[in-house]
Design a protein around this ligand. Structure first.
Ligand code: ADP
Ligand code: MG
Length: 346
């Protein structure tokens, strides 16, 4: 019988820092100032706090202040949410659900599972939150990742399928005891939204939340203009960008094949898996970035659109209001959803 443990959000030492997005404040008088001591007014102040949480580096930058209290509050919240959404921490609520198979869950876990199931359905199962067991078999975050043997893949695939998850009020039931729910493709987006709420509720008008490349820009820059968020050039240093978007009060999230991947026998194996085969999607995409008001949608949709491929992903985004996407294909061409350039690149 398969054990329901594994490596989502577990191994700091295995971290591949995937700061997919590069935030920079061009045109600001204070660009480049790293501390607040030299600042001459509140508008020029900023403070950043970083930590390892959610299996990645998280950082929160507050603008217009040098008081780190709210940034530290955000990092505390990240650790609090780890205890809800981590699949591997035996203290977490998701861990308990995977062990017990049926239980009453918190509003947070209910919300993420419900939203995730929506994207499972919208994508006809290309996005599927029951791939955790298979993800673990590859060991993407381990020292020696490898392709699982076919018989093991087949055995695990028999228990993959979001249809095994049922929601009735606050009760969530997994009807196959060997099915493992994994919220790694969506939870960081939900957490970014909660951090943004926390900052706004506490009067912080201007901030950037970066949960390992899952970015939320709170308000505007202190001078009232948009933030410039650079989207990483695939496989290059994180400081090299392939395009830049201008946003305020928006989330920017990227799923890319260069984030967690390894090479075996000349083939690159990445971490976005096809639930039909257990192998990584091989559809000519290098990355998909989503710009949306809610980061939970951006996170789920970046993975969903990657799974659907260029045509299916573009069709999905073009059917949604206020959500934009840019796809990078393996010829390094950019493919934009309707209105992307007019809304975000001006
Ligand atoms: P990351 O969180 O690593 O930046 P994503 O948001 O794209 O990247 O989520 C990828 C993670 O989601 C994988 O590490 C795995 O845990 C899980 N996953 C892999 N394939 C799928 C899929 N087809 N549908 C839903 N989740 C997936
Ligand atoms: Mg995602």
């Amino acid at each position: 019988m398969a054990t329901k443990t594994k490596n989502c959000w577990k191994t700091a030492e295995k971290l591949t820092i995937c700061a997919v997005l590069v935030i920079y404040l061009t045109g600001c008088s204070f660009a480049g100032i790293s501390g607040s001591q030299s600042a001459s007014s509140d508008a020029e102040k900023k403070v950043t706090k970083s930590d390892f949480a959610l299996d990645t580096v998280v950082s929160v930058t507050l603008y217009g202040t040098d008081d780190p209290t709210l940034a530290e509050g955000c990092l505390d919240l990240c650790h609090k949410y780890e205890l809800v959404f981590s699949r591997t921490d035996s203290e977490s609520e998701l861990y308990a659900l995977n062990e017990q198979n049926s239980m009453t869950v918190s509003d947070d876990l209910l919300s993420v599972i419900t939203t995730a199931l929506h994207y499972c359905e919208v994508s006809n199962g290309a996005f599927d939150i029951t791939l955790g067991e298979i993800s673990d078999m590859y060991g993407f975050t381990s020292d020696s990742p490898s392709v699982p043997p076919q018989d093991k893949l087949d055995a695990a695939l028999a228990h993959v399928g979001y249809q095994h998850i049922h929601v009735d009020g606050h009760t969530v039931t997994i009807d196959d005891p060997e099915t493992v729910v994994d919220l790694g493709a969506i939870a960081k987006g939900y957490i970014a939204d909660r951090l943004a709420d926390y900052l706004k509720e506490n009067g912080q008008q201007s901030a950037v939340i970066d949960l390992g490349g899952n970015v939320y820009c709170v308000g505007t820059k202190p001078d009232g203009s948009d933030y410039n968020v650079g989207i990483q050039y695939p496989f290059e240093d994180t400081s090299k960008t392939i395009t830049t978007v201008h946003v305020s009060n928006m989330s920017v999230v990227t799923s890319g094949i260069y984030e967690r991947s390894f090479e075996q026998d000349g083939v690159l194996y990445h971490h976005i898996l096809n639930p039909q085969t257990g192998y990584p999607y091989d559809n000519g995409l290098l990355a998909v970035s989503i710009v949306s008001e809610k980061s939970v949608d951006g996170d789920a949709l970046s993975t969903t659109c990657f799974a659907l491929g260029l045509d299916g992903g573009l069709a999905l985004i073009n059917s949604l209001d206020g959500i934009y996407a840019v796809f990078v294909t393996d010829d390094y061409q950019l493919h934009y959803s309707d209105g992307f350039q007019a809304a975000l690149e001006q």
